[in-house]
Design a protein around this ligand. Structure first.
Ligand SMILES: NC(=O)c1ccc[n+]([C@@H]2O[C@H](COP(=O)([O-])OP(=O)(O)OC[C@H]3O[C@@H](n4cnc5c(N)ncnc54)[C@H](O)[C@@H]3O)[C@@H](O)[C@H]2O)c1
Length: 272
């Protein structure tokens, strides 16, 4: 069967990781992102430069789509009104269009910040469960928890299969020592999404998006439930960062737990 996967926000960091592969027979991708340009176009990739906040553009892009990977979002703290418009309202627009098109799988890019107040001290052996109750650390994180619940609504009502992908820290390499436990490598991100789209999965599953990190304290149970086993380990980068004391009461969300609510996030200077 031919699969056509709509990747919202596919011109961003994670979208490019997912598209960084040889074309596969029977698989096509449609990238919906205002930043999508001709450089993304390939035989198996169509780029649509439009916003998920535009219902007409979403419906047009959804035509013929079998699966959705929903990455598009404001990815940090922002004005409440903007968060609601882009992260919440547009997710509803997308889900309604997906339902009407008969989409089978919906992979939702949630975030570890949806549970940002959890601490390593509270994690049981085997790691903090994938379906840990939301403990959002910002309006941004609240919108991710709301999005998870909205995806679940559409799965339970309309028979879509959904994955709430609680992404850790997904970059080419970790940016700091604090992020080592929650790093998700590009290869593991791609394999996780492949598993969510191809394997036999439940109606709705929460999955922590983390690699097989030596310092991991988030469970891999959800990953295994969708048939995904991470391969990479952030420990290979540990020497890049000075060792220091580790407080097991330090919250998962780090700096997001204290950033002012509703104020656009400003990237700290000097970050790679
Ligand atoms: N990278 C991480 O470590 C990480 C961690 C947790 C969660 N996430 C989530 O994963 C998703 C992707 O993250 P990323 O690191 O690739 O972010 P990114 O900022 O690199 O890319 C996001 C993309 O979304 C697009 N976008 C923004 N508004 C849009 C709109 N209205 N319509 C369509 N596209 C729009 C942007 O143009 C951008 O290309 C986000 O939802 C983010 O919240 C990422």
């Amino acid at each position: 069967m031919t699969r056509t996967v709509l990747i919202t926000g596919g011109a961003g960091g994670i979208g490019r990781m997912l598209l960084d592969r040889e074309p596969r027979a029977g698989w096509r991708y449609v990238v919906l992102d205002p930043a999508a340009g001709p450089e993304l176009e390939r035989a198996d990739v169509t780029a649509v430069a439009a916003s998920i906040t535009d219902p007409e553009a979403v419906r047009a892009a959804m035509r013929g789509v079998t699966d959705v990977v929903h990455l598009a979002a404001l990815g940090q703290e922002n004005l409440w009104e903007r968060i609601v418009e882009v992260n919440v309202e547009a997710t509803r627009i997308l889900l309604e269009a997906a339902r009407d098109e008969g989409v089978g799988r919906f992979v939702y890019a949630s975030s570890h910040h949806a549970v940002g107040f959890a601490t390593p001290a509270e994690a049981p052996t085997g790691g903090l469960p994938d379906d840990a109750a939301p403990r959002p650390d910002t309006y941004y994180a609240w919108s991710k928890a709301a999005g998870e619940a909205m995806v679940r609504l559409f799965c339970e009502r309309f028979g879509m299969r959904g994955v709430a992908w609680r992404i850790g820290h997904c970059f080419d390499r970790p940016h700091s020592r604090e992020r080592l436990p929650v790093w998700l490598s590009p290869g593991d991100a791609r394999r996780l999404v492949d598993a969510a789209l191809e394997n036999d999965i439940d109606s709705f599953t929460y999955v922590w998006g983390v690699s097989a990190n030596t310092r991991r304290w988030l469970s891999l149970e959800g990953a295994r439930r969708i048939g995904f086993e991470p391969r990479d380990d952030s420990e290979v980068y540990a020497d890049l960062f000075p060792e220091g004391s580790t407080d097991p009461r330090e919250p998962l969300g780090g700096g997001f737990t204290t950033t002012p609510l509703g104020e656009p996030w400003v990237e700290p200077a000097g970050r790679p």
